[in-house]
Design a binder for this molecule. Sequence first.
Ligand SMILES: Nc1nc2c(ncn2[C@@H]2O[C@H](COP(=O)(O)OP(=O)(O)OP(=O)(O)O)[C@@H](O)[C@H]2O)c(=O)[nH]1
Length: 340
Amino acid sequence: MLESPSNTVQMLAAWRDGVEAAGWEFALFDTPCELIYRQDLGDEWKAMRVGSAVGLAEDVCWRFASTRQTTYQAFIGVPLWDASNRMMGHVALFFNRTLSDEEECRTMLEIVELFSLKVQSELNRMLLEQERERALQELKEANSRLRHESITDSLTGLYNRRYFAQRIKEVHTRFKRSAEAFTLILLDVDRFKSINDAYGHDAGDTVLCYLAKALRGNTRSKVELLFRTGGEEFAMLLPGSFTLDELTVINDRITRAVAQIVLPEEMAQVQLTVSIGASGPKAEDTDWNAVYVRADMAMYEAKKKRRKPGIDRSKPLIVNSIFSACYRSNSEACKLTPLV
Ligand SMILES: Nc1nc2c(ncn2[C@@H]2O[C@H](COP(=O)(O)OP(=O)(O)OP(=O)(O)O)[C@@H](O)[C@H]2O)c(=O)[nH]1
């Protein structure tokens, strides 16, 4: 096969004295093969052309013999064309004797040309197959890229709201069917507007990215899903249910991770905190939205509590009654208990 008309020929298959020989590469220039690619056969090559095939009936292979150190005396070459009529390679036959006369040369040319037609159609079939596979692969990659983009929040790289709705619907359906529990945790950045106002919208975006990274670092990526569901709102979907103590540990872990975020120097004054609410499904829920509303209420209660003067916003805070309600389905009065 031809790598490039001016340089290398790469052997795809080769036989010598009827035995398969190892393929090799050689420079096209100054070999008989070069003649196939030349329109004008100079006088120094006493060559015969039948169509696009070339035969050397005389002892003119001395150049080849000297450069390749072989004893071949004659040569026949037939170009192979691809579907767009580009020469993709050739079939070459080397003889260790001179061909007796023009007649023999012509006969040989015709035989090799017939063989070459078979090779050509097989190669074109393989190329077509390769092309089809490559196109299919590209299509698959484009599809998966599109799918990734359609479920990803472009700012933070977390899953987006659309994917959140899809996944929570799925886990809720599973809960309804086989009582497989799940837990929804909602997080909302506190006083995010004031960050935007003080440092600008781009800085606000940076904060969201830092936060997303910190949350990701505290999530088991295969089983715990993390979403950006709105401007400064995030959600986590966890498999199973948790006791209040366990939720408290999670709440504590997230709060500390957020507190440890080191923002760019110009925002060093920002005390970044989030309010957190959690919920799980109840048998009487008609759809996942009920779970969302409870988690949102819990989160809102936590936020209200954080706003109270004297509360250290960097400390974990948990809204016990709402968390409890999620799991015990009672409606005890709302007692807000800061974990400080
Ligand atoms: N930088 C940035 N800001 C956003 C984005 N989406 C929403 N916001 C802003 O986020 C702010 C949210 O403000 P609020 O809803 O008042 O919430 P908050 O200031 O965090 O107040 P609390 O939640 O009550 O603590 C608004 O100013 C929005 O313009 C975003 O993608 N990037």
